[in-house]
Every structure is written in structure tokens, then in C-alpha cells.
Design a protein around this ligand. Structure first.
Ligand code: TYM
Length: 333
């Protein structure tokens, strides 16, 4: 009976390659929190992904633990979810190697994120950056995840993961669950405040709101947010990308629909609208910032969470990986 009623499983992760942003909160973490009761959830701090571009070691260590504090502060309950640091579970790297042998060079060459990142880091285009989506596929398939809650930019990687799984299942026998991306209706792609044509990214401090920004900093960033020369607060992605992005942020922060938000600001200019968006974000992030700061003062607790998480994750991972080793023909020992 237990088996029949097994909750569906979720896996997702964020790179500790920078501070967490409002984009990753609205695109991913907010959904994680909503899903934690109905699903068996595994949420990871993907430090092995982060080193695909150069990281400062001390900063990477600090950010990995801070990210865990922020996951918890956002509302993820360590009692309900498995939360761990990717490098603590070496099975990810092993499965990644195996899956890399079932992934085509051409498939990886088509990945948008690889094309973008190899332009940004033209002096350091490593094999790791290229094979990054294989490691991500390993993350997901190692746990037989059914659902992967991510922002829109990760959809292509989840689709590749399905293709790899399907290929492996076809060559051997059904082994991996085919995962589905789970992308929010509101907030799947939060754009930069400074340049609403680009995605909000942790590497662009002015266009980006960090979860740990102070209320003053948040207000300053929204004040400078790019809008347009009209005055109407109206959702029109093509012609009003800045205002549309602010409306999306406002709705994701308050739970209102676009129609409700447009009605609320009808007849009012950006001078009223922009501070209102800033206020909504300040109130959304205030408890998260305060709780993170409190948790960061308790390193022993955070350590106990990631240690316990790694133990649980290793157990699940090893069970699946041992099947994979057998299927590909490795000698048991
Ligand atoms: P990463 O670390 O770039 O981003 C983490 C999550 O936040 C979402 N996100 C956004 N959503 C909306 N608007 C934005 N501006 C925005 N910026 C980021 C991302 O879509 C993502 O869900 N490859 C992944 C990390 C990863 C992973 C995994 C995810 C590694 N293994 C396995 C899921 C499952 C990445 O680089 O995300």
C-alpha cells in the first residue's frame, strides 16, 4: 500500500555561483515551497555546477551554506524535504559520466545556456561548461524525479534530460523515470530591471534584486528600473517590456492577477506604480532576510541539515545507481 501511494518525487537545484535573486525565488523557490506538502522533494545546492565557471573557493563555501539558510528562510522545511549540497553525494558525478556516454556532442552544442556562457567566459570554455547539462540530467535521474520545478530558462535542459533518459531506457530496459519541467505561470522569466530585454541574473547587480538586499537597496533599484515614455500601467511584453516585468513581479509578490494589478493602477503613473512594486518586494523579502540572518548565526544547525540531507540523498542515489551500473555491464564487487 505504501508503494502504491508513493508521493511523486521532485528534484531541483540552484547554483551557489552568486547570491540568490528575486528571479530564482519567483521562478523556482516559491514553487518549491508550494509543492513541499504534496510531493517528496529533494532540493540541492549544486556546487559542482557552479565550478563550471571560475569561483573563489572561500566564497563558494560561504555561499553554499548561506544558500541553505535562505532555502529554509524561504519556507522550505528540512523535516519535510531532503536538502543537501551536491558535492556531498558523489553518485551525481558517477552517473554524469555514464550518461555522458549516451549524450551526443550535437545535442550539447545546441544548448542556449552553453552558447551564452561560452560568450560570457570566452577565455575559459571548459569541458565542464559544455557537459553541464549531463550533470543536470544525472541530478534529476539519480532520484527518479517526476517533476522538476524551474524557471523557463531551464526547460531546454530538462527536455535534454528526458531525451537522455529515453535513449538509455531504449538501449537497456526501462530504468529512468521521464521527468516533466514544472514552470510557474507567473514569474517564469523575471527580467533585468536595468535592461528588461535580458533575464534578471545574479551577475548583473544593478538589474537584479538579491534576496538579502536591504529595503533601501530594493527601493533604489526599483526607482531606477527602466520603463517607457508612456504613463499607462499596462501589460504588453512586446512594447512595454519594463512595465510588464514590473507588473509580473508585483503579481508574483502579492498573489494578484494581472487584471487586478492593472485595475489597481489605472489612471496612475509610474510615480505611484514603481514605489508600490518596491514596497511589495520589500515586504515579501523582509521575513526571508531576517530569518536567513538568524539561521546564519547557527552554523551547527545548518551543518546538521546538510549532513542529514546528504545521508538520505546518498541512500536513494546509491539504490538507483547500482541498477545503472549493472545495466551498463560493470562488474559488481
Ligand atoms: P540557476 O542556478 O541559474 O537558477 C536557479 C533557478 O532559478 C530560475 N531562475 C529564474 N527564474 C525566473 N526568472 C529569472 N530571472 C531566473 N533566474 C533564474 C532558474 O530557471 C532555475 O530554476 N542548471 C540549473 C541548476 C540545476 C538544476 C539541476 C535545476 C542543476 N541541476 C537539476 C533543476 C534540476 C541552473 O543553472 O539554475
Amino acid at each position: 500500500m505504501e508503494n502504491q501511494e508513493r508521493k511523486k518525487r521532485i528534484f531541483s537545484g540552484i547554483q551557489p555561483s552568486g547570491e540568490l535573486t528575486l528571479g530564482s525565488y519567483m521562478g523556482a523557490i516559491k514553487n518549491w515551497v508550494n509543492l513541499q506538502d504534496a510531493y517528496e522533494c529533494i532540493y540541492c545546492i549544486v556546487d559542482m555546477h557552479a565550478i563550471t565557471v571560475r569561483q573563489d573557493p572561500a566564497q563558494l563555501r560561504r555561499r553554499s551554506v548561506e544558500q541553505l539558510a535562505q532555502y529554509i528562510a524561504c519556507g522550505l522545511d528540512p523535516q519535510k524535504n531532503i536538502m543537501f549540497i551536491q558535492s556531498h553525494v558523489p553518485q551525481h558525478a558517477e552517473l554524469s559520466w555514464i550518461l555522458g556516454c549516451y549524450t551526443q556532442f550535437g545535442e550539447l552544442s545546441r544548448m542556449t545556456q552553453f552558447k551564452q556562457k561560452s560568450q560570457q567566459h570566452a577565455d575559459n570554455i571548459t569541458a565542464g561548461l559544455f557537459t553541464y547539462p549531463v550533470l543536470m540530467a544525472a541530478d534529476i535521474l539519480l532520484y527518479q524525479a517526476d517533476l522538476v520545478p524551474v524557471g523557463a530558462d531551464q526547460k531546454q535542459h530538462v527536455e535534454l534530460c528526458r531525451d537522455i533518459a529515453q535513449r538509455f531506457n531504449g538501449v537497456y530496459s526501462p530504468t529512468f523515470t521521464l521527468p516533466e519541467p514544472f514552470i510557474p505561470k507567473m514569474g517564469a522569466r523575471i527580467m533585468s530591471l536595468g535592461n528588461p530585454e535580458n533575464k534578471m541574473s545574479k551577475s548583473d547587480p544593478d538589474g537584479c534584486v538579491y534576496l538579502m538586499d536591504s529595503p533601501e537597496e530594493i527601493r533604489r533599484k526599483f526607482k531606477r528600473a527602466v520603463t517607457d515614455s508612456e504613463t499607462a500601467v499596462r501589460f504588453d511584453k512586446e512594447n512595454k517590456p519594463g512595465v510588464s516585468n514590473l507588473l509580473t513581479i508585483y503579481c508574483a509578490a502579492t498573489g494578484k492577477t494581472l487584471e487586478e494589478a492593472e485595475a489597481e493602477f489605472a489612471g496612475q503613473g509610474y510615480g505611484v506604480f514603481k514605489p508600490a512594486v518596491a514596497d511589495a518586494v520589500v515586504e515579501l523579502l523582509r521575513p526571508i532576510r531576517e530569518e536567513s540572518q538568524r539561521l546564519m548565526a547557527d552554523k551547527a544547525y545548518l551543518q546538521s541539515v546538510y549532513q542529514e540531507g546528504a545521508q538520505k540523498a546518498q541512500r536513494l542515489a546509491e539504490k538507483n545507481l547500482s541498477k545503472v551500473r549493472r545495466k551498463v555491464g560493470f562488474v559488481a564487487w
